[in-house]
Design a protein. Structure first.
Length: 149
């Protein structure tokens, strides 16, 4: 993900709608509110969840923090591995009508790659990007980066 964003890009890609604010508004603490906002908007932009808080550019965190009325440093105590993030991810999947990749989904992506992409593209980076784009279009949360490789 790119690290520098113009004000116009931040507004276009990282502004929370009223329905999105309602979704994340159930978070009881400031750090969970900001963490949920980061997960939601990152998923909408990238088609996958960030693995680490460092994946979300600082300028994006600042922009989201302003919208939810907390200081950007509230992202620091957000737990990127516990029950809360799992609940946030599940709520976001439901909200976006996306499902986790199943084995059948993975097999379908492999078949799609073989039939539609490999004839024209063989570079690993481009193939991985194609998988993420395809999953996003199919409303599937992509498998882990290791599984995609």
């Amino acid at each position: 993900m790119k690290r520098q964003w113009t004000p116009e890009e931040l507004i276009e890609h990282w502004t929370l709608s009223s329905k999105e604010l309602d979704l994340i508004g159930d978070s009881k603490t400031d750090h969970n509110l900001l963490g949920a906002a980061c997960l939601l908007k990152y998923f909408q932009y990238e088609g996958r969840f960030p693995a680490y808080k460092q994946d979300v550019p600082p300028i994006v965190i600042v922009h989201l923090a302003q919208q939810v009325g907390v200081i950007p440093e509230q992202i620091i105590p957000y737990d990127w591995e516990g029950r809360t993030i799992k609940a946030h991810r599940a709520a976001i999947r439901t909200f976006l009508d996306v499902h986790e990749a199943t084995l059948a989904d993975e097999e379908a992506v492999v078949e799609w790659l073989c039939q539609q992409v490999l004839a024209e593209q063989r570079q690993e980076k481009a193939l991985i990007a194609s998988v993420y784009t395809h999953c996003k279009e199919q409303r599937i949360e992509p498998p882990t980066p290791d599984r995609i490789r």
